[in-house]
Design a protein around this ligand. Sequence first.
Ligand SMILES: O=C(CO)[C@@H](O)[C@H](O)COP(=O)(O)O
Ligand SMILES: [Fe+2]
Length: 220
Amino acid sequence: MMTILSPSILSADFKNLEKDIKAIDEAGAEYIHIDVMDGRFVPSISYGMPVIKSIRSCTSRVFDVHLMIEEPIRYIEEFVKCGADIITVHVEACEDVVATIEKIRECGVKAAITLNPETPVKAIEPYLSLVDMVLVMSVHPGFGGQKFIPESLEKVKQIKAKLIEKGLDNVDIEIDGGINIENLVSVLEAGANVIVAGSAVFKNDAGANVKRFKEIMSTY
Ligand SMILES: O=C(CO)[C@@H](O)[C@H](O)COP(=O)(O)O
Ligand SMILES: [Fe+2]
């Protein structure tokens, strides 16, 4: 499975977003991870459509939009119009998960499902055949810069096994939260192939960090 790096711009310098996005793009990051928070599903509020729309002109990389919002079905069309290429929704946030995934697909973009650290894998099992990607949250959603929850590795392995069992080997497994150069190998070995990293990419030289991540990832 191809490995993909998706730096989270939640840790970028918001007064220099264009510069930071260009740096990660030029260093080879395939996706740009965009965390949208509503102050209800998670305690904090980040950014939304106007920001996504304006940064769309900075890069042609894939916009990997992680919606930490209640009832995301209400806003799917708008996020697609703003430039989202992949939309991830939380199983805990949707009253009708199937309708939400269908809505994402109808809008012509890729659909992904995610689950909080305390949510068991069985909660997403019914939707595995409907999605392009499963996102494993390896921190409690809401903030960048948190410590990786080691039990997430087992969850990645469980999901990988389920996907293989169901013949869904083409579904990507993304992991998000607390990933750094030190624990990168363990998440790749567990079976994740799309790697989100915020604070570890945007500390010091973002371009150099992307290259270090990609160098390790290229051996998987
Ligand atoms: O979705 C989230 C947080 O809710 C993430 O995408 C974080 O923004 C990742 O940041 P680091 O843990 O890598 O600093
Ligand atoms: Fe995220």
